[in-house]
Design a binder for this molecule. Structure first.
Ligand code: AMP
Ligand code: MG
Length: 356
């Protein structure tokens, strides 16, 4: 273990290495794994978003994640494993239902919350007695965990409060000079963070919606509760998923989320564009229709299906930031399937919500 005075000194050199998503070059994986074993931090692609990985069992290494991201200490990290057996080392009192869930969804974008074992340092779990674990599908992620020989604590590789990175370029925009290495494996497939479910309660509870959908989990388990915050309600259960209280994206621009029929949303957008233009504001539109006719400063088509929107959402958020928008008008979509995950991220970003 190393106790490093990372970041006290001036900037460190961040190495950016291109790596093949389909057939990752093992020599590059080994370079990254060496850094992990030395207690350094490395950004790498997963199937959801880019993660910022460190040895989950080394508190000095994990501390560097929090420091480099500017992440609050009470926001817990997800531990990534490459072998289902590792679960038994990291968690205790594992309920029977776990087997069924991981059999169906692992490797993949589903994180489970269990009681933590003694070997997991409190810094990794943000002081909680529970631990979040996932086994990613992405080959680069998988090989990196395997070669490192340790489970990887890895939150999204963005600076705190910025949208999660879906390209290596996003990681370097936020964290260049603050981390040791970025593995550039191209665009991440899914684009929003993993689904999180809590298995420490009698009935499992969805804490964060993602691309493993509520419907899919319901079908497997028969029943699952949904955290009230996901349904847009205030809740005293916030401590169960501390990440929920933080905004994922707080740009200078005010995001206005507009929900309703396409026709009504369109009308409202036209009206708001005129209003904000009169106020000399820069207006961006996040559209779910290809042939739009808006006269905004910047219009971005994010796709019309939930999977396309999920894949493009955070990239488009960053583009609006670069374009220095004052206001972003975003189309709401149906909360079915992956739509629930997309709307959850839009909800968190929104300054204001309008139903038409
Ligand atoms: P990130 O990796 O940046 O997407 O953030 C991980 C998120 O997973 C946190 O913000 C929490 O919402 C959730 N999480 C991680 N560990 C736990 C835990 N022990 N209990 C509940 N939620 C957790
Ligand atoms: Mg994050």
């Amino acid at each position: 273990m190393q106790s490093n005075s990372l970041l006290k000194s001036s900037k460190m050199q961040t190495q950016i290495l291109k790596i093949n998503q389909a057939k990752p070059q093992i020599s590059i994986i080994k370079q990254a794994a060496r850094l992990i074993r030395k207690g350094e931090i490395v950004a790498f692609p997963t199937e959801t978003v880019y993660g910022l990985g460190a040895d989950a069992l080394n508190p000095f290494a994990v501390k560097k994640i929090f420091e480099s991201k500017g992440r609050p200490a009470d926001n817990p990290l997800i531990i990534h494993i490459h072998d289902k057996e590792d679960l038994k080392r990291l968690a205790r009192d594992i309920p029977e239902i776990t087997e069924k869930i991981i059999e169906k969804f692992w490797p993949g974008p589903l994180t489970i919350v269990l009681k933590k074992s003694k070997i997991v340092p409190k810094i990794t779990t943000g002081g909680l007695d529970t631990v979040a674990i996932r086994m990613p599908k992405n080959k680069i992620a998988n090989l990196l965990i395997k070669e490192s020989g340790v489970p990887l604590a890895a939150p999204s590789a963005n600076f705190f409060g910025r949208p999660s990175p879906t390209l290596a370029k996003h990681v370097s925009e936020d964290l260049s000079g603050r981390i040791s290495m970025i593995l550039d494996g191209g665009k991440t497939k899914i684009g929003i963070e993993s689904t999180v479910i809590d298995l420490t309660r009698k009935t499992p509870m969805l804490l964060r919606p993602g691309s493993i959908t509520l419907e899919q989990i319901q079908k497997l388990l028969g029943t699952i509760k949904v955290h009230p915050m996901i349904k847009g309600k205030k809740s005293k259960m916030i401590h169960r998923s501390p990440g929920m209280k933080y905004k994922h994206y707080s740009p200078n621009a005010k995001v206005i989320l507009i929900e309703g029929s396409t026709q009504n949303v369109d009308k409202k957008i036209l009206q708001l564009v005129n209003k904000f233009k009169k106020q000399k504001k820069r207006v961006g539109i996040m559209s779910t229709q290809k042939n739009h006719t808006y006269k905004a400063d910047m219009t971005r088509f994010v796709g019309s299906s939930p999977d396309k929107i999920a894949a493009n959402l955070f990239k488009v958020f960053r583009e609006f930031d670069e374009g220095k928008m004052d206001v972003i008008l975003a189309h709401g979509i149906s909360k079915k399937g992956l739509g629930l995950g997309v709307m959850n991220r839009l909800d968190k970003a929104a300054h204001k919500k309008i139903k038409v």
